[in-house]
Design a protein around this ligand. Structure first.
Ligand code: ZN
Length: 357
Protein backbone atom coordinates (compact mmCIF):
# COMPACT_ATOMS: atom_id res chain seq x y z
CA UNK A 1 0.00 0.00 0.00
CA UNK A 2 1.50 3.28 -1.08
CA UNK A 3 -1.38 5.62 -0.31
CA UNK A 4 -2.81 7.74 2.48
CA UNK A 5 -5.96 9.90 2.55
CA UNK A 6 -6.69 13.41 3.69
CA UNK A 7 -10.02 15.20 3.94
CA UNK A 8 -10.92 17.61 1.11
CA UNK A 9 -12.64 19.88 3.65
CA UNK A 10 -10.82 19.84 7.02
CA UNK A 11 -7.52 18.34 5.73
CA UNK A 12 -7.45 15.73 8.53
CA UNK A 13 -5.97 12.31 7.77
CA UNK A 14 -8.21 9.39 8.85
CA UNK A 15 -6.99 6.98 11.54
CA UNK A 16 -8.06 4.13 9.22
CA UNK A 17 -7.99 4.27 5.38
CA UNK A 18 -10.96 1.89 5.35
CA UNK A 19 -13.21 4.80 6.40
CA UNK A 20 -15.27 5.91 3.40
CA UNK A 21 -15.52 9.57 4.37
CA UNK A 22 -14.18 12.00 6.94
CA UNK A 23 -15.82 12.52 10.34
CA UNK A 24 -16.76 16.01 9.08
CA UNK A 25 -18.78 14.39 6.28
CA UNK A 26 -16.54 15.37 3.34
CA UNK A 27 -14.78 13.10 0.84
CA UNK A 28 -11.11 12.13 1.01
CA UNK A 29 -8.41 12.93 -1.51
CA UNK A 30 -5.15 11.03 -1.84
CA UNK A 31 -2.38 12.46 0.31
CA UNK A 32 0.00 12.83 -2.60
CA UNK A 33 0.44 11.71 -6.19
CA UNK A 34 3.43 9.71 -7.41
CA UNK A 35 5.39 11.76 -9.95
CA UNK A 36 5.11 10.80 -13.62
CA UNK A 37 8.25 9.45 -15.27
CA UNK A 38 8.34 8.49 -18.93
CA UNK A 39 11.32 6.23 -18.26
CA UNK A 40 9.31 4.32 -15.64
CA UNK A 41 6.65 3.15 -18.14
CA UNK A 42 6.80 -0.64 -18.22
CA UNK A 43 6.57 -1.37 -21.94
CA UNK A 44 6.43 -5.13 -21.31
CA UNK A 45 2.94 -4.70 -19.85
CA UNK A 46 -0.09 -3.82 -21.97
CA UNK A 47 -2.98 -1.78 -20.59
CA UNK A 48 -2.96 0.80 -17.82
CA UNK A 49 -0.64 -1.19 -15.53
CA UNK A 50 2.26 -0.22 -17.81
CA UNK A 51 2.10 2.96 -15.70
CA UNK A 52 2.30 0.97 -12.46
CA UNK A 53 5.28 3.02 -11.18
CA UNK A 54 2.83 5.96 -11.04
CA UNK A 55 0.05 3.98 -9.31
CA UNK A 56 -0.23 3.78 -5.52
CA UNK A 57 -0.84 0.02 -5.11
CA UNK A 58 1.40 -3.02 -5.38
CA UNK A 59 -1.23 -5.74 -5.94
CA UNK A 60 -2.65 -5.92 -9.47
CA UNK A 61 -6.21 -7.06 -10.16
CA UNK A 62 -6.61 -6.64 -13.89
CA UNK A 63 -8.94 -7.72 -16.67
CA UNK A 64 -6.84 -6.07 -19.38
CA UNK A 65 -8.20 -2.52 -19.01
CA UNK A 66 -6.56 0.57 -20.55
CA UNK A 67 -4.76 1.35 -23.81
CA UNK A 68 -8.03 2.03 -25.60
CA UNK A 69 -7.78 3.33 -29.20
CA UNK A 70 -7.81 7.03 -30.09
CA UNK A 71 -9.65 7.26 -33.40
CA UNK A 72 -10.16 10.28 -35.66
CA UNK A 73 -13.81 10.85 -36.61
CA UNK A 74 -15.56 13.60 -38.55
CA UNK A 75 -18.59 14.92 -36.67
CA UNK A 76 -20.65 18.04 -37.40
CA UNK A 77 -18.07 19.03 -40.03
CA UNK A 78 -15.14 18.85 -37.56
CA UNK A 79 -12.38 16.32 -37.13
CA UNK A 80 -12.14 15.12 -33.53
CA UNK A 81 -10.27 12.32 -31.78
CA UNK A 82 -12.51 9.81 -30.00
CA UNK A 83 -11.05 7.83 -27.10
CA UNK A 84 -12.88 4.51 -27.23
CA UNK A 85 -13.28 3.93 -23.51
CA UNK A 86 -16.36 1.80 -24.11
CA UNK A 87 -14.04 -0.97 -25.31
CA UNK A 88 -13.01 -1.63 -21.68
CA UNK A 89 -13.53 -5.17 -20.25
CA UNK A 90 -17.01 -4.39 -18.86
CA UNK A 91 -17.92 -1.85 -21.55
CA UNK A 92 -17.24 1.40 -19.69
CA UNK A 93 -14.36 3.66 -18.63
CA UNK A 94 -15.13 2.78 -15.00
CA UNK A 95 -12.83 -0.24 -15.30
CA UNK A 96 -9.76 2.00 -14.98
CA UNK A 97 -10.78 3.16 -11.52
CA UNK A 98 -12.19 -0.18 -10.43
CA UNK A 99 -8.98 -2.01 -11.29
CA UNK A 100 -7.12 0.32 -8.89
CA UNK A 101 -9.79 0.17 -6.20
CA UNK A 102 -10.10 -3.64 -6.17
CA UNK A 103 -6.32 -4.01 -6.20
CA UNK A 104 -6.30 -1.88 -3.02
CA UNK A 105 -9.12 -3.99 -1.51
CA UNK A 106 -6.99 -7.09 -1.93
CA UNK A 107 -4.04 -5.31 -0.28
CA UNK A 108 -6.27 -4.32 2.63
CA UNK A 109 -7.60 -7.91 2.99
CA UNK A 110 -11.25 -6.91 2.36
CA UNK A 111 -13.55 -9.82 1.51
CA UNK A 112 -17.03 -8.22 1.26
CA UNK A 113 -18.05 -4.89 -0.23
CA UNK A 114 -21.15 -2.78 -0.88
CA UNK A 115 -21.54 -0.16 -3.60
CA UNK A 116 -24.26 1.97 -5.18
CA UNK A 117 -24.28 2.74 -8.87
CA UNK A 118 -26.43 3.86 -11.75
CA UNK A 119 -25.20 0.75 -13.56
CA UNK A 120 -21.74 0.96 -15.11
CA UNK A 121 -19.71 1.32 -11.93
CA UNK A 122 -21.70 -1.52 -10.37
CA UNK A 123 -21.08 -3.80 -13.33
CA UNK A 124 -17.41 -2.90 -13.25
CA UNK A 125 -17.06 -3.55 -9.51
CA UNK A 126 -18.97 -6.83 -9.83
CA UNK A 127 -16.54 -8.02 -12.53
CA UNK A 128 -13.35 -7.08 -10.70
CA UNK A 129 -14.64 -8.52 -7.42
CA UNK A 130 -15.38 -11.77 -9.27
CA UNK A 131 -11.79 -11.70 -10.50
CA UNK A 132 -10.45 -11.07 -6.97
CA UNK A 133 -12.77 -13.47 -5.09
CA UNK A 134 -14.51 -10.65 -3.19
CA UNK A 135 -18.23 -10.78 -2.38
CA UNK A 136 -20.07 -7.73 -3.76
CA UNK A 137 -23.52 -6.28 -3.11
CA UNK A 138 -24.59 -3.61 -5.58
CA UNK A 139 -27.44 -1.18 -4.87
CA UNK A 140 -28.94 0.29 -8.03
CA UNK A 141 -32.00 2.41 -8.88
CA UNK A 142 -34.90 0.18 -9.97
CA UNK A 143 -35.11 2.10 -13.29
CA UNK A 144 -31.55 1.10 -14.36
CA UNK A 145 -31.34 -0.37 -17.88
CA UNK A 146 -32.05 -4.13 -17.92
CA UNK A 147 -28.79 -4.77 -19.77
CA UNK A 148 -26.74 -3.31 -16.91
CA UNK A 149 -28.74 -5.26 -14.30
CA UNK A 150 -28.19 -8.52 -16.20
CA UNK A 151 -24.48 -7.78 -16.46
CA UNK A 152 -24.09 -7.14 -12.71
CA UNK A 153 -25.87 -10.40 -11.85
CA UNK A 154 -23.93 -12.40 -14.43
CA UNK A 155 -20.68 -11.58 -12.63
CA UNK A 156 -22.16 -13.12 -9.47
CA UNK A 157 -22.75 -9.94 -7.46
CA UNK A 158 -25.85 -9.59 -5.31
CA UNK A 159 -28.12 -7.02 -6.93
CA UNK A 160 -30.38 -4.89 -4.76
CA UNK A 161 -32.94 -2.72 -6.59
CA UNK A 162 -33.98 0.50 -4.85
CA UNK A 163 -37.10 2.37 -5.96
CA UNK A 164 -36.92 6.15 -6.44
CA UNK A 165 -34.13 8.48 -7.51
CA UNK A 166 -30.43 7.55 -7.62
CA UNK A 167 -29.85 9.11 -4.17
CA UNK A 168 -32.03 6.46 -2.49
CA UNK A 169 -29.61 3.74 -3.62
CA UNK A 170 -26.76 5.78 -2.12
CA UNK A 171 -28.61 6.12 1.21
CA UNK A 172 -29.30 2.37 1.36
CA UNK A 173 -25.62 1.67 0.70
CA UNK A 174 -24.46 4.03 3.42
CA UNK A 175 -26.64 2.07 5.84
CA UNK A 176 -25.09 -1.21 4.63
CA UNK A 177 -21.63 0.38 4.92
CA UNK A 178 -22.00 0.15 8.71
CA UNK A 179 -21.41 -3.62 8.25
CA UNK A 180 -19.37 -4.01 5.07
CA UNK A 181 -16.67 -2.02 3.29
CA UNK A 182 -18.12 0.72 1.08
CA UNK A 183 -16.19 0.35 -2.21
CA UNK A 184 -17.50 3.61 -3.60
CA UNK A 185 -16.36 4.75 -7.03
CA UNK A 186 -16.97 8.40 -6.09
CA UNK A 187 -16.35 8.68 -2.33
CA UNK A 188 -13.11 6.73 -2.55
CA UNK A 189 -10.27 8.73 -4.18
CA UNK A 190 -8.42 5.64 -5.49
CA UNK A 191 -10.49 5.27 -8.71
CA UNK A 192 -9.22 8.71 -9.79
CA UNK A 193 -5.72 7.21 -9.84
CA UNK A 194 -6.83 4.64 -12.41
CA UNK A 195 -8.71 7.21 -14.49
CA UNK A 196 -5.66 9.50 -14.67
CA UNK A 197 -4.00 6.91 -16.94
CA UNK A 198 -6.48 7.86 -19.68
CA UNK A 199 -4.81 11.31 -19.79
CA UNK A 200 -1.39 9.63 -19.97
CA UNK A 201 -2.55 7.47 -22.88
CA UNK A 202 -4.06 10.41 -24.80
CA UNK A 203 -0.82 12.42 -24.63
CA UNK A 204 1.34 9.39 -25.36
CA UNK A 205 -0.78 8.58 -28.45
CA UNK A 206 -0.35 12.20 -29.62
CA UNK A 207 3.46 11.97 -29.35
CA UNK A 208 3.61 13.57 -25.88
CA UNK A 209 1.54 16.60 -26.64
CA UNK A 210 -1.70 17.63 -25.01
CA UNK A 211 -4.91 18.12 -26.98
CA UNK A 212 -6.49 21.59 -26.93
CA UNK A 213 -9.81 20.38 -25.47
CA UNK A 214 -11.12 17.24 -23.80
CA UNK A 215 -14.87 16.67 -23.54
CA UNK A 216 -16.41 14.19 -21.07
CA UNK A 217 -19.85 13.57 -19.55
CA UNK A 218 -20.06 14.56 -15.86
CA UNK A 219 -22.34 13.20 -13.15
CA UNK A 220 -20.24 12.85 -9.99
CA UNK A 221 -17.36 14.20 -12.06
CA UNK A 222 -14.76 11.56 -11.17
CA UNK A 223 -13.87 11.07 -14.82
CA UNK A 224 -13.04 14.74 -15.30
CA UNK A 225 -11.13 14.89 -12.00
CA UNK A 226 -9.07 11.81 -12.89
CA UNK A 227 -8.18 13.28 -16.27
CA UNK A 228 -7.26 16.59 -14.66
CA UNK A 229 -4.91 14.80 -12.30
CA UNK A 230 -3.29 12.87 -15.15
CA UNK A 231 -2.71 15.96 -17.30
CA UNK A 232 -1.30 17.88 -14.32
CA UNK A 233 1.16 15.01 -13.65
CA UNK A 234 2.41 15.33 -17.25
CA UNK A 235 2.68 19.11 -16.95
CA UNK A 236 4.72 18.75 -13.75
CA UNK A 237 6.95 16.22 -15.54
CA UNK A 238 7.37 18.84 -18.31
CA UNK A 239 6.08 16.41 -20.93
CA UNK A 240 3.25 18.74 -22.03
CA UNK A 241 3.14 22.54 -22.13
CA UNK A 242 -0.37 23.04 -20.78
CA UNK A 243 -3.31 21.14 -19.38
CA UNK A 244 -6.10 20.89 -21.99
CA UNK A 245 -9.30 22.86 -21.52
CA UNK A 246 -11.64 20.43 -19.80
CA UNK A 247 -15.32 20.44 -20.80
CA UNK A 248 -17.82 18.60 -18.62
CA UNK A 249 -21.20 17.80 -20.11
CA UNK A 250 -24.50 17.30 -18.30
CA UNK A 251 -28.01 16.45 -19.42
CA UNK A 252 -30.37 19.45 -19.17
CA UNK A 253 -32.82 17.37 -17.14
CA UNK A 254 -30.31 17.01 -14.27
CA UNK A 255 -27.57 19.62 -14.48
CA UNK A 256 -26.53 20.90 -11.01
CA UNK A 257 -22.92 21.55 -12.06
CA UNK A 258 -24.01 23.37 -15.22
CA UNK A 259 -26.31 25.56 -13.14
CA UNK A 260 -23.61 26.25 -10.54
CA UNK A 261 -21.00 27.03 -13.21
CA UNK A 262 -23.25 29.49 -15.04
CA UNK A 263 -24.82 30.77 -11.81
CA UNK A 264 -28.29 29.81 -12.95
CA UNK A 265 -31.13 29.06 -10.55
CA UNK A 266 -31.40 25.31 -9.86
CA UNK A 267 -34.15 23.50 -11.72
CA UNK A 268 -36.19 20.57 -10.44
CA UNK A 269 -34.38 17.48 -11.84
CA UNK A 270 -36.25 15.41 -14.44
CA UNK A 271 -35.55 11.90 -15.70
CA UNK A 272 -33.10 11.86 -18.61
CA UNK A 273 -31.85 9.32 -21.17
CA UNK A 274 -28.34 9.98 -19.81
CA UNK A 275 -28.97 7.80 -16.73
CA UNK A 276 -25.28 7.41 -15.90
CA UNK A 277 -24.79 11.12 -15.14
CA UNK A 278 -28.12 11.85 -13.47
CA UNK A 279 -26.67 12.96 -10.11
CA UNK A 280 -28.50 15.67 -8.15
CA UNK A 281 -25.78 16.44 -5.61
CA UNK A 282 -22.30 15.55 -6.85
CA UNK A 283 -20.17 15.15 -3.74
CA UNK A 284 -16.99 16.38 -5.46
CA UNK A 285 -18.84 19.22 -7.21
CA UNK A 286 -16.60 21.96 -5.83
CA UNK A 287 -13.47 20.10 -6.99
CA UNK A 288 -15.00 19.64 -10.46
CA UNK A 289 -15.80 23.34 -10.83
CA UNK A 290 -12.29 24.27 -9.67
CA UNK A 291 -10.74 21.94 -12.27
CA UNK A 292 -12.93 23.37 -15.04
CA UNK A 293 -12.07 26.96 -14.11
CA UNK A 294 -8.35 26.20 -13.69
CA UNK A 295 -8.20 24.85 -17.25
CA UNK A 296 -10.41 27.59 -18.75
CA UNK A 297 -12.93 24.98 -19.80
CA UNK A 298 -16.68 25.00 -19.21
CA UNK A 299 -19.67 22.96 -18.19
CA UNK A 300 -22.11 22.45 -21.05
CA UNK A 301 -25.59 20.95 -21.10
CA UNK A 302 -27.59 19.26 -23.84
CA UNK A 303 -31.20 18.14 -24.22
CA UNK A 304 -32.24 14.50 -24.51
CA UNK A 305 -33.27 15.15 -28.09
CA UNK A 306 -29.76 16.43 -28.95
CA UNK A 307 -28.24 13.46 -27.10
CA UNK A 308 -30.21 10.82 -29.00
CA UNK A 309 -29.52 12.57 -32.29
CA UNK A 310 -25.78 12.59 -31.47
CA UNK A 311 -25.93 8.90 -30.50
CA UNK A 312 -27.37 8.12 -33.95
CA UNK A 313 -24.88 10.36 -35.78
CA UNK A 314 -21.84 8.76 -34.18
CA UNK A 315 -23.32 5.28 -34.67
CA UNK A 316 -23.42 6.06 -38.42
CA UNK A 317 -19.63 6.55 -38.13
CA UNK A 318 -19.37 3.03 -36.71
CA UNK A 319 -19.17 3.92 -33.00
CA UNK A 320 -22.05 2.64 -30.88
CA UNK A 321 -22.26 4.33 -27.48
CA UNK A 322 -24.90 4.74 -24.79
CA UNK A 323 -26.84 8.04 -24.45
CA UNK A 324 -24.78 8.95 -21.35
CA UNK A 325 -21.70 9.02 -23.61
CA UNK A 326 -23.47 10.71 -26.51
CA UNK A 327 -24.00 13.90 -24.44
CA UNK A 328 -20.33 14.71 -25.08
CA UNK A 329 -20.77 14.24 -28.83
CA UNK A 330 -23.88 16.44 -28.83
CA UNK A 331 -21.87 19.45 -27.57
CA UNK A 332 -19.91 19.60 -30.83
CA UNK A 333 -22.89 21.36 -32.38
CA UNK A 334 -22.43 24.18 -29.82
CA UNK A 335 -18.62 24.24 -29.93
CA UNK A 336 -18.19 23.58 -33.64
CA UNK A 337 -17.01 26.94 -35.05
CA UNK A 338 -14.66 27.38 -32.08
CA UNK A 339 -12.66 24.17 -32.38
CA UNK A 340 -8.93 24.79 -32.76
CA UNK A 341 -6.17 22.23 -32.37
CA UNK A 342 -7.01 18.70 -31.28
CA UNK A 343 -10.30 17.97 -29.53
CA UNK A 344 -10.64 14.64 -27.72
CA UNK A 345 -14.03 13.18 -26.83
CA UNK A 346 -14.04 10.33 -24.37
CA UNK A 347 -16.68 7.76 -25.37
CA UNK A 348 -17.38 6.32 -21.96
CA UNK A 349 -19.93 3.50 -22.29
CA UNK A 350 -21.06 0.93 -24.83
CA UNK A 351 -24.36 1.26 -26.70
CA UNK A 352 -24.99 -2.41 -25.89
CA UNK A 353 -25.65 -1.34 -22.30
CA UNK A 354 -28.80 0.63 -22.98
CA UNK A 355 -32.07 -0.11 -24.74
CA UNK A 356 -32.89 1.72 -27.97
CA UNK A 357 -34.75 4.92 -27.08
ZN1 ZN B 1 -12.94 16.42 7.23
Amino acid sequence: MRFGFRCTNCAKAPSDVRRWRCECGAAFALEDSLPFSREAIDTDISGLWRYRAMLPVTEIISLGEGQTPLVEVELYGQKVACKLEYLAPTGSFKDRGTSLLVSALVEMGIKRVVEDSSGNAGASLAAYCARAGIEAQIYVPAHTSPQKLAQIEAYGAKLILIAGPRERAAQATQEAAKRDYYASHYWNPLPLEGIKTEAYEICEALGWQAPEKVIVPVGQGTHLLGLHRGFRDLLEAKLIEKVPRLYGVQARGCAPLYEAFHRRPPMQPRPTVAEGISIREPIRGREVLEAIRATEGAILAVTDEETLQARDIIARRGLYVEPTSAVAVATLKQLSPHLEGITVISLTGSGLKSPKE
